[in-house]
Design a protein around this ligand. Structure first.
Ligand SMILES: Nc1ncnc2c1ncn2[C@@H]1O[C@H](COP(=O)(O)OP(=O)(O)OP(=O)(O)O)[C@@H](O)[C@H]1O
Ligand SMILES: [Mg+2]
Length: 352
């Protein structure tokens, strides 16, 4: 459905900003990945490694530099994201819907929920007219656990979790095929996270959705995702099914991610097993099994052992240390490919 091939994206650092003229941030550094139909693909990695940039390139929020991103719709039409005209791009954006981390800021506070949900839908090729759209909005709102009468209310009347449900409903009304969920539960408190994750899993079945799911929290990712890509400084280091990745992490960076949250590892394993078995580990209202994610991770990074051996990372000394974003981490002519070490389990030769 969605396939990245050796995609690069760098951002210019403007003169004055950091006072480095002609320097670049290499945000995405040769990413190749593929998300299949009805598959949930997770991207993990520390802050600034390029997850959001990778995701945004799929809907061309900004153009990428080299490589290709190809989207194949359910009916088999193929779109090269880098070469689309305005109209085609708008069409693809109805198929791929982006849900943001912060529901408070992504919903216009002056609009009613009905307006929020239908503002974009209005330009959809299958806009059914106002009356019918209202009916659809009401149905979808109920589907995500809110009431039809909520259509007249405004975002400020809702809690964070409810707003995220509204953001999901707004995406669904366009009948998307693929959702990009960028840290969609990170801003929510732990008990609400479980409800939203289970909602997403249910909707995936009902609407046959694929997802690109981005999160810091390894427990969340392995609970929700079928496959997981571990990203470090703009590149995938390892990719495997979430179950395999938990059971058999091979790349030092992946191990580092796990080992820096020792208490999490048990929960992750349980989550992966249970999701693979189709179970619902996180019942509605129950907390997701996790210690506190990003903060705990960052705090623990400092005393994590295990220095990588690749010369490129010697400059940054240890994983977790703030890298200089303008230093290209890997030689540009290096082979960007990963090696398949067992069926469906890929590891990057870098740092290995
Ligand atoms: N519009 C932009 N202009 C310049 N630099 C940018 C821009 N967007 C991202 N970057 C830089 O690109 C790198 C990757 O950022 P990105 O937001 O993709 O990371 P991320 O993995 O999503 O991080 P987080 O987990 O904190 O959301 C960072 O160094 C960031 O500062
Ligand atoms: Mg991000």
């Amino acid at each position: 459905m969605l396939e990245y091939r050796n995609v690069h994206k760098r951002f210019h650092l403007e003169a004055g900003f950091f006072a480095r003229v002609g320097k670049f941030v290499h945000a995405v550094n040769g990413v190749s990945l593929r998300i299949g139909e009805n598959e949930i693909y997770g991207l993990v990695g520390e802050s600034g490694c390029g997850k959001t940039t990778t995701a945004r390139l799929a809907v061309r929020m900004y153009p990428f530099d080299t490589g290709s991103i190809r989207y194949t719709t359910r009916d088999g039409s193929v779109y090269e994201i880098g070469r689309l005209g305005r109209r085609e791009l708008n069409y693809v954006r109805t198929k791929i819907k982006y849900i943001f981390q912060d529901p408070a800021r992504s919903l216009n506070p002056r609009m009613t929920i009905l307006e929020v949900m239908t503002a974009g839908y209005r330009y959809h090729p299958s806009w059914p007219g106002k009356r019918q759209a209202r009916g659809e909005a009401a149905r979808i709102l109920e589907e995500v656990g809110l009431k039809a009468s909520d259509l007249e209310r405004r975002p400020a009347d809702f809690s964070g979790g409810q707003r995220q449900r509204i953001a999901i409903a707004r995406a669904l009304i366009n009948r998307p095929e693929l959702l990009i969920c960028d840290e969609v539960v990170s801003a929510l408190d732990v008990s609400i996270q479980g409800q939203i994750l289970n909602l997403l899993l249910r909707l995936r079945e009902e609407y046959r959705l694929s997802m690109l799911f981005i999160a810091h929290d390894l427990a969340v990712v392995s609970y929700v995702c079928d496959r997981v890509g571990v990203m470090y400084r703009g590149l995938l280091m390892e990719e495997a099914s979430s179950h395999e990745l938990v059971a058999n992490p091979l790349h030092p960076y992946t191990r580092h991610l796990y080992s820096s949250i020792p208490k999490l590892t048990g929960a992750v394993a349980v989550g992966a097993h249970s999701a693979a078995a189709g179970g619902t580990l996180v019942e509605a209202g129950q907390p997701v099994p996790t210690t506190n994610e990003a903060a705990a991770y960052r705090a623990s990074v400092d005393d994590a052992a295990g220095a990588p051996s690749h010369p490129a990372t010697r400059r940054t000394k240890r994983f977790g240390e703030e890298p200089d974003p303008t230093v290209h981490p890997i030689p540009i002519d290096a082979d960007p490919g990963m090696r398949e070490v067992s069926e469906g389990h890929f590891v990057s030769p870098h740092f290995a």
